[in-house]
Design a protein. Sequence first.
Length: 413
Amino acid sequence: MQKEKELDVSHSNLIARQPICNSSLKVVAFELLYRMNNGGANHAVIGNQDSATIDVLLAAYNDLSINDVIGKQLAFVNFTSNLIINNLPPLSPKQLVIELLEDQAVTPELIKALKHLRSKGYKIALDDFCLTKETLSLIECADIIKLDVLDQAPETWANYIPKLKARGITMLAEKVENYEIYEQCKELGFELFQGYFFAKPKILSGKKMSRNAMSVLQLIGKLNKTDVDFDDVINTISADVGLSYNLLRTLNSGMYAQMKKVDSVRQAAVTLGLNNLRNWINLLALGSLDNKPQILLETAMVRAKMCELLGEIITKKPAPDGYFTIGLFSVIDAFFDTPLENLIKKLGLSEELLSALLHYKGDKGKILRIAIHYQEDKLTKDDLANLEDYNISNQELTQAYLNGLYWSKEQTK
């Protein structure tokens, strides 16, 4: 099999990204987040925000390809007033959104600089905006206003939103943690949404699982039993024409150009091995579900690959069993809109994987929690301690994350 491409971050600054969706849950942008490379810490310890912004831009545009990081979407990057007034890097406005940090002093120099940038084609976003006498003048410079809906109740803006939208300003709700907040913000007139609400289930009481979802769940459950038979796996996949076709198409794609052409599910099983075959089928099965946003599948894929790559570091084995599965299944509740506890006990998983998914126990559970918290910008002291115990460096953690992004992008072309 052709070796997967790896993004070399050994000399780069450390970054992550958070998706920004429209009301149809289509990703239209990413906010690029700073990660400080300071040995033991893997969180944003920012002493100089100007330097942090420069590091993010260098990582995204110089050390890596911006296309590998965000594709064709927009990139939101935090800027201070000092950087905007004096030292803005000469980057194209095509994909860059300048996000003015919320704690900046509003001065005539800043207003002038923002208006100048807009005249050159840059979009301006106001981060964590609070309406005061001092910040009122910023509105005339803004294309996007971001509200932290955990800090400010979104309904307090109900009277302002129509007036701001009439001026051509786009309203963005950030830190949207669940579907209830998302739907409330959507009803109020917000057009963009930032947060990981899409990776959580939308529980509707009395809703029956669709026939498509039921079939996928049954397939996943059958293939992931601890005592599954190899021939039974092949027969189960072969009985699903669509799944068989997608498996063979994937394995015969340019991603695996050095592999001998695969003509049957049995040949695919022999070539990949049971664990890798099961990973692919789990992925393809979840991707076949109706009415799920693409970003949910991408989040699951990045997390699964990240867990697998971190698992390789601590086990010293290629593609160790179980790590990909726990990453993928950690958002299975959002695919089926059913509580995680109610789903995974039906899948016949080992006690080790159940414990990892439900309680973050064992090596797999700790790695899963690290991957989730890295994606969501919530790494804890316990996560950092576990990284140190596993001897996983900042670069290796970011390498796993970015390689997961690249791998996900390649599979969904």
